[in-house]
Design a protein around this ligand. Sequence first.
Ligand code: URP
Ligand code: ZN
Ligand code: ZN
Length: 464
Amino acid sequence: MSAVDLVVRGGTVVNADWRGDADVFVAEGRIAGLVTPGTPVPDGSRPEEVDATGLLVMPGGVDPHCHVGFTSGEFTSLDDYARCTTAAVFGGTTTIVDFAIPRPGQGPLEAVRERRAAAVEGLCDSALHGCVVEWDETTADQLHEMAALGVNTVKMFTTYRGETMADEYTVLKTMKAMRSTGGMVVIHCEADHIIGEAQQVCGARGETGAEHMAANRPELAETASVAEVLAIAEAVGAPVYFVHQSTAEAVELVAAARRRGQSAYSEAVAHHLVLDEGAYTGEHPERFVCCPPLRSREAVDGLGRHLFTGEITTVGSDHCCYDTAQKEEHRHDVRAMPNGLPGVETRLPVVYSSYVAGRGLPVTRFVELVAANPARLNGIYPRKGALSPGSDADIVLWDPAARWTVRSRDLHMATDYTPYEGMEMTGRPRTVLVGGRVVVRDGELVDARPGGRTIASGLVENLC
Ligand code: URP
Ligand code: ZN
Ligand code: ZN
């Protein structure tokens, strides 16, 4: 082995498929080796030593669903790459996957080029999902060009009529094209016609405010749309990834399709795994407005069980950094409100605390959900999502015993609130390395250089 420039000593390494005591050698930004604790460094090395005694040493989180400076309707969420990735790194995430959503009249390829240009100044690396809203005779070529640029996953929506909603024909044609690029459609499923009907019924009763969010977007809309999209994917033999699934029923439809031989995946997001619709009865229901909405406590528990059964493939954040003023502006009309919750920084701590510390989810499975599988399904594994020789040295030293209380003022996202305010947590990142550099040490930012790169997705792995 040639000279190493950093060594992490004394910790317990946790990958998705293995945990054990090991020291980690780093050279030129990559993992050079996992070695028996105490192994001397190769001759000629003068490495920086990072003490990980009592800590878990995990691959940095990969957030497969992170909206940066996201525009929807009249609102744009408040962060840029510098701010979002700073918060990400504080929360133990070292790669984010953002979205290139076309503006009205813009094609998917142009949206990718524009978004790529914005993806500068990040503290950590980022990748992109493209997005198709409407199919035309140029779309297939655009998708192939996007794949060549390293954007091989495409976001689609079955809701948000008049904005980003795609019809069934467009979904089918896009899936077929993505099959030929070795990529995949990632899709937000809520049947817009069912939501339209629910909103009309709620509207007639004057129930349009944020406190009525759950009734305005019923579970049935999600399950109906998931079933339809699975059928389309089956018809063209394409893989499909369902973002932010919020109920066990939706996850189970996908699991059943997998058992029939489809390549189909379920993403859950942290807020649906922890928070419930009780938030809509509080003083600030608008701060919890997201699509799909928060569900009943029973639904949260049902969804959470699938972290244990293996039916959920990844956990994302669906980070959308609106502040309380933006959320309040149309709080009496959920049809006009900005949807989405800030969460890139809290994703790992919230899921670790609730499920690993709280309910005994194996920490290897945690790493699989928040890092390894998101990397696999975005074509960036094992460069990301693993600590193995050759992987980028994106490393989180995690204190499993840390007890702390979530306070918005202590977080780094570009907003003035967190949906988890006041929640007691167990476990948090203590020190975070990006590309072999210590960026956060003992909870303090020690290196703010914008070293983040845009990274290319290759072929999406088949995990079925
Ligand atoms: O409420 C949400 N999820 N807002 C962000 C956009 C989306 O649908 O993912
Ligand atoms: Zn969505
Ligand atoms: Zn989203």
